[in-house]
Design a protein around this ligand. Structure first.
Ligand SMILES: Nc1ncnc2c1ncn2[C@@H]1O[C@H](COP(=O)(O)OP(=O)(O)O)[C@@H](O)[C@H]1O
Ligand SMILES: N[C@@H](CCOP(=O)(O)O)C(=O)O
Length: 283
């Protein structure tokens, strides 16, 4: 059995929706998967992470395949376009690719367990839901169970990202977050996150207010001060901008004003991905 899994990048939080909102982006990791005799494991990696990721059972895609219960042999060819440790959901994309590969190898339809398995790896479901389902997602948990709903993004939502060369680990910057926040900030987040759903799916004209965050960006600023500087510059000019995921990438909407200093950032226009992860049989 041989097939291609194509999985989109994601941007999580979208400012106000910490650990809850996500959106899939048109930048893809492709993983060619072939079943093999038990005991065989072969992994080839091109693109992001090719110099760093392990090529054994500890490879993130393989760990996710194993989490689905598939124990057979595997031959993987990974072509990674999503940069690692930049806040564009590379780890969730790798996990979703592995989970979907495991389900496909086992002849199992994708069901809600796919999100559950993927989100358990990360401890939050925002990125994994976006990579699985595409579009705009709202993720939450009920007890131990992760859940998500998706909606199409409004066609006028035009994201661009500013990706610095510096890496920042999600795990590390989650460690900068406080255990508690002021009630006023929690109330602010609830209102703005609800507004963000409306802004992303119906009325992008309110994205500036919707993407204002009080739950994570300021706490994480020491990890990426230039990111916060660019966000502030963009927002002062009326451009909705926030940190993508746990940073350091900036995600913004509309057009980039010429006067904003983007030195050190790779600026890319990305579409919203509406379809989520795809599987295509190969000969
Ligand atoms: N395609 C991949 N294959 C293997 N490991 C990956 C892949 N993508 C991400 N990872 C692992 O996840 C790490 C980045 O995860 P994380 O800090 O959550 O950042 P990101 O915002 O990119 O998800 C990488 O350093 C690497 O260890
Ligand atoms: N809600 C999470 C999102 C992490 O996204 P990533 O793309 O940086 O992995 C967080 O803010 O920690």
């Amino acid at each position: 059995m041989k097939f291609l899994v194509s999985v989109p990048a994601s941007t999580a939080n979208l400012g106000s929706g910490f650990d809850a909102l996500g959106m899939a982006l048109g930048l893809y990791d492709d993983v060619e998967v072939a079943s093999a005799e038990a005991g065989v494991l072969s992994i080839a990696v091109e693109g992001a992470g090719s110099a760093d990721v392990p090529l054994d059972e500890t490879h993130l895609v393989v760990r996710a395949v194993r989490a689905t219960g598939y124990t057979g042999g595997l031959v993987l060819k990974c072509r990674n376009a999503i940069p690692h440790a930049r806040g564009l959901g590379s780890s969730a994309a790798a996990i979703v690719a592995g989970v979907v590969a495991g389900f496909t190898l086992s002849g199992r339809e994708l069901d809600t367990d796919a999100l559950q398995i993927a989100a358990e790896f990360e401890g939050h479901a925002d990125n994994a839901a976006a990579s699985l389902y595409g579009g705009v997602v709202v993720a939450w948990s009920e007890g131990e169970r992760y859940r998500a709903v998706r909606a199409d993004a409004d066609a006028r939502v035009r994201p661009f990202v500013l990706i610095p060369s510096q890496e920042s680990s999600t795990k590390t910057t989650r460690g900068l977050l406080p255990a508690e926040v002021p009630h006023a900030d929690a109330a602010h987040a609830a209102g703005r996150a609800a507004l963000a759903v409306h802004a992303l799916t119906r009325d992008p004209s309110v994205l500036l207010a919707a993407t204002e965050d009080r739950l994570h960006q300021n706490y994480r600023e020491p990890a990426w001060p230039d990111t916060v500087r660019v966000i502030n510059d963009l927002r002062k000019l009326g451009v909705p901008a926030c940190v993508s995921g746990a940073g350091p990438t900036v995600i913004a909407f509309g057009d980039l004003p010429a006067e904003v200093d983007t030195h050190g950032f790779d600026v890319r226009r990305l579409d919203v991905d509406a379809a989520g992860v795809r599987v295509r049989p190969l000969d």
